[in-house]
Design a protein around this ligand. Structure first.
Ligand code: UD1
Length: 392
């Protein structure tokens, strides 16, 4: 085994199914943190059915708890990763450095035709830099999104990744516009729709086929008539006392009228404890949920309140009202569609916005107005384009 690098199915060297070159294109799908896993799943599924593409899954280990990682692999029916890089937590520099060192060893042993990175987490940026310096082509899925907020680590990750990658797979028109403004080659920008929405539709269908009582949150949902689903994890919201206190006070007030189901991210959990904040008994605190449990709850919520990027989009795709606890979004299509509203993190603003959504007769218009190309076929488009681009 290569030192510092744990590969699971093979020892040290990655063996692609197509080492005899029966397929055209070898790709590594990189995932590191919770919001990455649902984005690689549809690409993995399409690649498995393709005669032209062989794919391997690389898990950087940025997220490592069962609830933050393995439960997603289980729910999304992803296989055991071909390599697990054990990066773990740490400061941004520590985490990024560990990912880069381990990924470099992996890519030195085996160079695929394409590295596919998704989203905007530290793993996305770290693996892009490593691959490019080794001369391996990189495709970025969810490219071009911009919040213009350089206080967000994700904005830095997005900009650095897009600065050097070779192909841009874009989810909404704003992404195309941003990339063109930044001078990217139009031939390398592909507006393909959204793999996360591919996954959402797939998982909604799967949910129809499984016994709801087998889900750990079934009991919670059954005893609630109407409820809000909330998530919180961004440093700008949870790492400062003022912001987190305002949000929790707003939650406590709203929960007097309508219960809030709140799966608590480890970062938020630590900060709630550190600041000694009390949550109302009407807030149902849960551990971080797997994909399926989470979907089962939020899809029928009267309102979602979140600072997640993905939930803004998933709620838009199926027409659930969403209040985003941020001052900006890199996903403006969700605002244009009318399902999502930016409310920031001040108590009074959150209370006013929640009251407006929850008042009788409010809510989103139906039928759902879905963004262009959010049709469940983004992964097919991506694989077709990469197959056409060919191998080395
Ligand atoms: C990361 C991503 C963020 C994404 C989020 C989803 C970056 C810069 N941030 O933020 O874009 O929206 O994931 O969750 O890449 N921890 C655990 N168990 C784990 C993982 C983390 O307890 O499995 C703890 C860590 O010790 C740390 C905290 O949670 O104290 C935050 O983890 P970290 O990976 O640093 O960032 P996230 O806030 O999760």
């Amino acid at each position: 085994m290569t030192s510092g690098l744990k590969t699971l199915k093979t020892q040290g060297t990655m063996i692609f199914m197509n080492d005899t070159r029966t397929t055209n294109v070898e790709m590594m799908l990189v995932a590191g943190a919770r919001p990455n896993f649902m984005k690689i799943a549809p690409i993995w599924r399409v690649a498995c059915q393709s005669r032209n593409i062989a794919a391997r899954i690389i898990h950087t280990g940025q997220h490592y708890d069962y609830a933050m990682s393995q439960s997603f692999f289980d729910d999304l029916e992803l296989p055991t990763p071909d390599a697990f890089l054990e990066a773990g937590s740490g400061s941004h520099a520590e985490q990024t450095g560990k990912i880069m060192t381990a990924f470099e060893q992996l890519c030195t042993n085996h160079q695929p035709d394409w590295i596919i990175v998704v989203g905007d987490v530290n793993s996305t940026m770290a693996c892009t830099i490593v691959a490019k310096k080794l001369g391996i082509r990189v495709a970025h899925v969810e490219a071009g999104l911009r919040s213009r907020d350089m206080a967000m680590p994700e904005e830095i990750n997005r900009m650095l990744t897009d600065a050097i990658c070779d192909r841009f797979f874009v989810t909404e028109q704003s992404g195309v516009d941003n990339l063109l403004q930044e001078g990217k080659n139009p031939d390398h920008i592909h507006f393909v729709g959204h793999v996360m929405i591919d996954n959402l539709f797939h998982q909604l269908e799967r949910l129809e086929t499984i016994e709801a009582s087998r889900l750990s949150v079934h009991g919670v949902k059954r005893r609630l008539d109407r409820y809000i689903f909330a998530t919180l994890h961004r440093p700008a919201n949870v790492d400062t006392r003022e912001a987190l206190t305002g949000i929790i006070q707003a939650f406590n007030t709203i929960a007097r009228d309508i219960p809030i189901v709140f799966p608590v991210h480890p970062r938020a959990q630590k900060q709630i404890a550190a600041f000694g904040l009390e949550l109302s008994a009407h807030i149902i605190q849960l551990p971080p949920l797997g994909f399926r449990e989470s979907l089962y709850l939020w899809k029928d919520a009267a309102l979602v309140m979140t600072d997640s990027g993905g939930l803004q989009e998933e709620t838009t795709a199926i027409g659930v009202p969403c209040l985003t606890l941020r001052f900006n979004t890199e996903r403006p299509i969700t605002l244009e569609m009318g399902t999502n509203k930016l409310v920031g993190n001040r108590k009074e603003d959150i209370l006013r916005a929640a009251a407006a959504v929850l008042e009788p007769g409010a809510g989103n218009p139906s039928p759902v107005n879905r963004p262009p190309l959010w049709d469940g076929r983004a992964a097919e488009r991506i694989c077709d384009i990469l197959a056409d681009a060919g191998g080395a």
